[in-house]
Design a protein around this ligand. Structure first.
Ligand code: SF4
Length: 241
């Protein structure tokens, strides 16, 4: 089995509940939605940039698609000399590559950490037994241009009993009504779920929320959910991938 992969590298998790954890990252090509703030380069995916040794920043290029065995071999070369918390499956949208992920799970020992836009619930259901951690985004209509509530609700229902949290990227134009709809969706499905509000890294004309706006949004969400944290993208502050 083969897939188009953009990057394989070792770094720290820069977002959410497991911020600071050392991870091996596999960045898959393609996504099923288009967020206004997305900075992932999807094209061309003709080759994959692979860090040769963990943390060195030295890369080589391999032509796509890559086989499961090749990717597993690269990941094993990372986790052998340096202890890694988990393998981050990121993108793009990794669940577009569910069959590849299932095959990869049987080739590597480290736990799998899925970073997903929280819409492909059928694929998520098929991978629940091989993914240890789930970082699920809820995408607000102001970010995507269209509501995704039904898909998010079906996805969220699958995460009961899983080590998971929800992340919402917020910008200066985030509306309180849409955030409240997301918060209510979480509260109705998994009331104890951790919610991370992530201020957008300015991109594509979107402005980062002011400090006052961030605090208002956090206070609003915390009226309904027990744990709401504001966490920016830390890897960018340190110049890491
Ligand atoms: S879901 Fe993620 S990868 Fe897809 S467009 Fe949005 S930010 Fe980019």
């Amino acid at each position: 089995m083969e897939e188009n992969i953009l990057e394989i590298f070792s770094s720290i998790q820069g977002e959410g509940k497991y911020i600071g954890a050392r991870q091996a990252f596999i960045r898959f090509a393609d996504c099923n939605i288009r967020c206004r703030f997305c900075d992932t380069r999807f094209q061309p995916a003709d080759c994959c940039q692979i860090e040769t040794l963990p943390g060195t920043g030295v890369y080589e290029k391999l032509p796509n698609p890559l086989s499961v065995k090749e990717v597993a071999k690269r990941i094993r070369a990372f986790v052998k000399p340096v202890q890694h918390h988990s393998i981050s499956l990121t993108g793009g949208e990794p669940l577009l590559h569910a069959r590849f992920i299932r095959a990869l799970a049987s080739e590597v020992k480290a736990p799998l950490f899925l970073e997903t836009n929280g819409t492909l619930y059928e694929e998520m259901e098929r991978l629940l037994d091989v993914v240890t951690y789930v970082s699920m985004d809820i995408k607000l209509p102001s970010s995507t241009g269209k509501p995704l509530w039904e898909a998010h609700e079906r996805f969220l229902c699958l995460l009961r009993g899983h080590d998971a949290y929800v992340k919402i990227v917020v910008a200066e134009n985030t509306e309180e009504e849409e955030l409240q709809q997301a918060v209510q969706l979480i509260a109705n499905t998994i009331p104890q779920m951790l919610l991370v509000l992530q201020p957008v890294t300015p991109f594509g004309g979107l402005r980062a929320p002011s400090a006052g706006k961030l605090l208002r949004l956090q206070a609003q969400a915390a009226r309904t959910l027990p744990e709401v944290r504001v966490i920016p993208q830390a890897h960018r502050m340190m110049g890491l991938l």
